[in-house]
Design a protein around this ligand. Structure first.
Ligand SMILES: *[C@@H]1O[C@H](CO)[C@@H](O)[C@H](O)[C@H]1NC(C)=O
Ligand SMILES: *[C@@H]1O[C@H](CO)[C@@H](O)[C@H](O)[C@H]1NC(C)=O
Ligand SMILES: *[C@@H]1O[C@H](CO)[C@@H](O)[C@H](O)[C@H]1NC(C)=O
Ligand SMILES: *[C@@H]1O[C@H](CO)[C@@H](O)[C@H](O)[C@H]1NC(C)=O
Ligand SMILES: *[C@@H]1O[C@H](CO)[C@@H](O)[C@H](O)[C@H]1NC(C)=O
Ligand SMILES: *[C@@H]1O[C@H](CO)[C@@H](O)[C@H](O)[C@H]1NC(C)=O
Ligand SMILES: *[C@@H]1O[C@H](CO)[C@@H](O)[C@H](O)[C@H]1NC(C)=O
Ligand SMILES: *[C@@H]1O[C@H](CO)[C@@H](O)[C@H](O)[C@H]1NC(C)=O
Length: 485
């Protein structure tokens, strides 16, 4: 009996170790004109053995589709809500009641919400401090509401911070510290996290560092063996990720929280819209990152202590993400907007072959292109108008459609606009310059998309509705006729 119990314990220990190795999740954002339907996304997560997901809000359709899936969830509170949540305990109570409590009261088949992310990079330097005054108040009120709902032992409150919250002037991790303008807020945040045994959430982006010319080489960002190492006292840094992670570790120590766990809330590599953004480079980066994490080596300052959890950014491309930081912002997905793998990586269970979304329904195979039999002297204005609304990021330098010549690029802009408007005929007008075609205009790596059929977007269901109404009317009149007899 005893040896068997021992074996069971060993097996248990081994399997929980493996779970530790997994610690890999994905970010699921929905800033898309035609988001893949939530049940399809959950299927995609399951078929790829993804057991953790980070959201940016608390969309009921998304949360309901995660119900009973066994997937652990981080629900998000957008920055725009921080002010009201910090000024009103009642607002925080309502948020917890509407967006949390009901998923726990579902007798076990609910949604496994582990964290609430209060804000999304609220201290980002480019926000100019507009959200900073509300973060601590909002998280405090949410915590009070959690206690009121008796959920404080199940759900932890965290604040995902961008890596621009800390820095090291010399570039050496051992000289890391938090941004001086955040000093007071950061002290309050760390005290709160420590008291509630919550981890520090950080978003790290070697791609953005490279893009901003932060004195790193592509090799160093990509975990390449041959990259020129950076020496810091007796420690040697071989990649950009470790540098950023350890700069944070030093900042935490400096502030008196050297044992605080770190979760990487976002990390990834975009595949389009900029130089050095491509599927093959992204694959190299992700392979380097995942090998590093699976190897459990940790970093020079935290050896054998890799991040507690790491969330890949992102699951899917999103054609309506803000591009203020760059045109690559809409191309972070490991999968395309319609759930097709761009490259292959091992998300934690040994298989390098990602599984695509199945049974995706599309709009008809139709595209909008420029009619070059017409006078095209005004076409530039039309394409700029289209691009102001639609997604033309693939046309930027380094993008997948940068090389298609004029007027192919105009057609690309027209088509994007047309697809975003559910292929309505008037969205391919452009003063008579647009032409609807059934011949796929894609060239080489430049893909002219056909959008996903979404429930909000269809013209089809309305015809079905009309047909149903007509049929119902017919039946009623037949019945009336019969009744009259
Ligand atoms: C998911 O896990 C199962 C069982 O461990 C394995 O057979 C399968 O290959 C994995 N799938 C992926 C895409 O990793
Ligand atoms: C619940 O979350 C949704 C989505 O983020 C948000 O629109 C809504 O305002 C929240 N409810 C409350 C009461 O704050
Ligand atoms: C840039 O990186 C190199 C190599 O790590 C280093 O020698 C140099 O001092 C750095 N320059 C700046 C301005 O940080
Ligand atoms: C705030 O500044 C003080 C004094 O410079 C420093 O000791 C402390 O570590 C700083 N706190 C944080 C969170 O950076
Ligand atoms: C990629 O980035 C590196 C480092 O910034 C740069 O030297 C290189 O030219 C870029 N690659 C391409 C194809 O432009
Ligand atoms: C081009 O635009 C101008 C100003 O809107 C208009 O007067 C002109 O007729 C247009 N030309 C063509 C060929 O559509
Ligand atoms: C675009 O064309 C140039 C020159 O022909 C080539 O070097 C480059 O790789 C092409 N870029 C893309 C994204 O196809
Ligand atoms: C299309 O290409 C032409 C010629 O290279 C350029 O002037 C124009 O700005 C491009 N338009 C778009 C929408 O990219």
């Amino acid at each position: 009996m005893a040896p068997r119990l021992f074996l069971v314990l060993v097996l248990f220990a081994v399997s929980s170790l493996e779970l530790g190795v997994q610690g890999i999740g994905v970010n699921w954002g929905t800033s898309a004109s035609h988001p893949l339907p939530p049940p399809k996304v959950v299927e995609l997560l399951k078929s790829n053995n993804v057991s953790k997901v980070k959201l940016f809000d608390a969309d009921p359709l998304v949360l309901e589709s995660l119900s009973g899936s066994g997937i652990n969830v981080i629900a998000g509170i957008p920055n725009s809500m921080l002010k009201s949540l910090s000024s009103s305990k009642k607002a925080a109570e309502s948020w917890v009641h509407d967006n949390l409590t009901r998923y726990f009261s579902n007798g076990g088949a609910g949604v496994q919400i582990e964290y609430i992310a209060v804000g999304d990079e609220p201290f980002l330097q480019s926000y100019g401090g507009q959200f900073q005054p509300f973060v601590i108040g909002a998280m405090t009120n949410i915590q009070i509401a959690l206690i009121g709902a008796k959920l404080e032992n199940k759900v932890k409150v965290v604040v995902p911070c961008n890596s621009d919250a800390y820095l090291s002037e010399s570039g050496l991790p051992s000289k890391g510290h938090f941004r001086p303008d955040l000093n007071k807020t950061m002290t309050q945040l760390l005290t709160f996290l420590s008291k509630n045994r919550s981890p520090f959430f950080v978003n790290i982006s070697p791609f953005v560092s490279l893009h901003q010319n932060k004195n790193i080489s592509l090799d160093f960002a990509l975990f390449e063996e041959g990259a020129h190492a950076r020496k810091d006292n007796h420690k040697e840094y071989k990649n950009s990720f470790d540098v950023s992670f350890d700069t944070l570790a030093t900042a935490l120590s400096q502030a008196g929280f050297s044992n605080m766990d770190i979760v990487v809330g976002q990390i990834g590599w975009p595949t389009d819209g900029a130089i050095n953004a491509s599927s093959s480079i992204a694959e190299t980066f992700m392979k380097g990152l995942l090998d590093h994490l699976h190897g459990k080596v940790g970093t020079p300052l935290r050896p054998q202590k890799p991040p507690m959890e790491t969330y890949i950014f992102s699951l899917l491309d999103e054609d309506q993400r803000s591009i203020t930081a760059g045109n690559f912002e809409r191309h972070w997905g490991v999968f395309t907007f319609d759930g097709q793998a761009k490259y292959h990586i091992d998300l934690g269970q040994g298989s390098r072959n990602l599984v695509n979304a199945q049974g995706v329904e599309y709009l008809p195979s139709r595209w909008c292109v420029v009619n070059n039999n017409k006078d095209m002297s005004n076409v530039t204005a039309s394409s700029l108008q289209a691009c102001a609304v639609a997604d033309c990021t693939a046309l930027s330098p380094g993008g997948s459609c940068f090389n298609i010549s004029w007027p192919g690029n105009i057609s690309y802009a027209f088509n994007s606009y047309y697809q975003q408007h559910d292929q309505s005929a008037d969205s391919c007008d452009f003063g008579g310059l647009g032409l609807i075609t059934t011949v796929d205009p894609s060239v080489g790596s430049c893909r002219f998309a056909v959008e996903i059929l979404t429930s909000i977007s269809t013209s089809l269901p309305s015809t079905i509705l009309i047909r149903t109404a007509l049929l119902t009317a017919l039946y009623i009149s037949l019945w009336l006729v019969e009744f009259a007899w």
